[in-house]
Design a protein around this ligand. Structure first.
Ligand code: NAI
Length: 280
């Protein structure tokens, strides 16, 4: 698929992951259009441009995507917030991204999240890994917006043939900081390699990939990584001595994959049932 003369639009460029990806992809020879509502805090990499824009502004998003081969969509609200705060950037903004992709015949990488499925229990004890075709079990309004985003990808593939990869990112930070991240951590280097595989893959369709490094304590099983030929190379295991004992002590946080997000504003008397369709 890669045609390095056609630009790649990177939303959320001024955020943590955008700032890690922009120099890596520029170095790999991609012509980048960077955008974010906040100013880009670093030197804009050679061959790239930066435009400040709000994802809520559909006309500007269409203009920014003109001629692009792909949109790497990292922009938006990236932590839990009240519904009204999440609504504009994550739901309306995503629609603008997909409409732009449809017009340009561009493919979309959607930075989804483990919080779209956060109320699945952790596999500790039973060894059963969760496959990417599991039920959505969002643990927050933020996680719900990611489930919506993945379904938007489903719709635009089925109806318009817009190819998309939904990367369910675990925890992408410079290092894991607690025991949960020994399962969920995704190194910046593995993420950057995945972006290149995504841009180079001949065919993607609608795909879902777990965004985690090669962590022995993983929660996650099958996904569509074969379609892009990506395998992680880093592992959180090297940090197990440092963070292996760092747990919250909260029973809800420690029971579910979404960790602390599941316990935020939690008002049930009894924990959510294991079976997604149970009435307990
Ligand atoms: P971040 O919060 O550092 O970056 C998000 C960027 O989106 C920010 O620079 C922000 O200014 C921008 N943004 C927010 N509202 C906007 C709007 N209305 N218009 C234009 N830009 C807007 O988050 P981070 O860590 O870089 O994450 C990037 C993406 O990956 C997010 O979508 C996040 O949900 C997703 N993700 C990240 C994970 C991680 O561990 N870092 C885990 C799971 C998902």
């Amino acid at each position: 698929m890669t045609d390095k003369t056609r630009p790649v639009l990177l939303t959320g460029a001024s955020g943590n992951l955008g700032r890690a990806l922009a120099p890596a992809l520029a170095k790999a020879g991609y012509m980048l259009r960077l955008t974010d509502i906040s100013p880009f805090p670093d030197t804009v990499p050679e061959g790239a441009s930066f435009t400040r824009a709000d994802l809520n502004d559909g006309v500007t998003m269409l203009r920014l995507a003109e001629g692009c081969q792909a949109i790497l969509h990292y922009g938006g609200i990236s932590t839990e917030h009240p519904f009204e705060v999440v609504l504009g950037p994550n739901l309306r903004g995503l629609y603008h991204v997909y409409e732009a992709a449809r017009r340009e015949k561009a493919r979309v990488l959607f930075a989804s999240s483990n919080h779209a499925i956060g109320f699945h229990e952790r596999p500790e004890g039973n060894g059963e890994l969760l496959d990417a075709d599991c039920a959505f079990r969002p643990d927050s309004f933020y996680g719900l917006s990611k489930a919506y985003g993945e379904l938007m990808g489903r719709l635009y593939w089925d109806k318009h043939g817009v190819e998309n990869l939904n990367l369910r990112i675990g925890s992408s930070f410079p290092e894991p900081v607690d025991r949960r991240m020994l399962s969920t951590w995704l190194s910046y280097a593995d993420l950057a390699r995945l972006m290149e595989r995504f841009l180079e893959a001949p065919r993607i369709g609608h795909a879902v990939v777990w965004g985690a490094s090669k962590n022995p304590a993983t929660y996650w099983g099958k996904d569509h990584r074969d379609r892009i030929g990506w395998e992680p190379e880093d592992t959180a295991d090297t940090f197990s001595d440092k963070v292996g004992s760092k747990v919250s002590g909260d029973p809800v946080t420690e029971r579910y994959q979404g960790g602390g997000y599941t316990a935020m504003d939690y008002t049930r008397d009894k924990p959510s049932p294991k079976d997604a369709f149970a009435l307990d």
